[in-house]
Design a protein around this ligand. Sequence first.
Ligand code: SF4
Ligand code: SF4
Length: 265
Amino acid sequence: MQIKSIIPALYNNLLSTKVLNLSAVETKATCQNCLRSRDKRFAYTYKSNLKCCTFHPYLPNFAVGALLSTKEKTVGIEKLESKILSREFALPIGVMAPYDYQLAFLSKNEEDFGNRADLLCPYFSAEQNQCSIWEYRGVVCTSFYCRSDYGQDGQKFWAVMSDFLSYVEMALAEECLVQLDFSPRDLSDQLMYLNKRDFSLSEQTQHQLDEVTDRKLWNGYDSKIEFYQKCFAIVQKLDRNQFKEILGEQGLELESEVVDYGHRR
Ligand code: SF4
Ligand code: SF4
């Protein structure tokens, strides 16, 4: 197993072959029969029907577009569509957790993770007991392994990979916004919704954006679904050289670090 078969396929044209060809044999984190729900060596266990999915990921605009362009509509994709149509924190930069969820997640106790059903990811299929947007899952979900075959070195590798893919996600999502005529100011306004720490009284229970705020954030775009699909098309057209330009020096350094930590395992 190599990295290229684990990460979302849309990165396969963009990341360096040195990253894509790194081996990634992870047999200990048995997600179908969740290790963490039965191995008592962990400080506490997760519920087997929640696993490590008591988390609401941020999905960047291009990944949302990719999911909306797939033929097979899973429960997660249907949920994603309904979130977009009901202004549930679907912004041009991507779809994120609503404020009420963000606050609940920030205020949880350690052992709530993996155990509180109200925190379960909206894209989790209860029927199949697994993720239903796996092909385009976000960076946190791509790089989380509760145990690695490579031990501590493996965990360190996944942490470095997570930093790199977070950088990639944001750089590509921002590139889509730039190409679709959003200003740097628009961009920073949207990032505030992602990195929220303080919530006013009304924000503490807020699950949807009001119409006026939503319209302002969307800059005149009427069809959000088409907008996200355009973002996906932009990322699909990029080649490695364009991607390197988008990443810049900092992103390329993170990419080399991934290769470095990959070889240290
Ligand atoms: S990575 Fe998550 S789903 Fe997989 S075994 Fe670990 S806790 Fe369970
Ligand atoms: S996106 Fe998938 S893997 Fe990530 S938390 Fe949701 S259900 Fe789990």
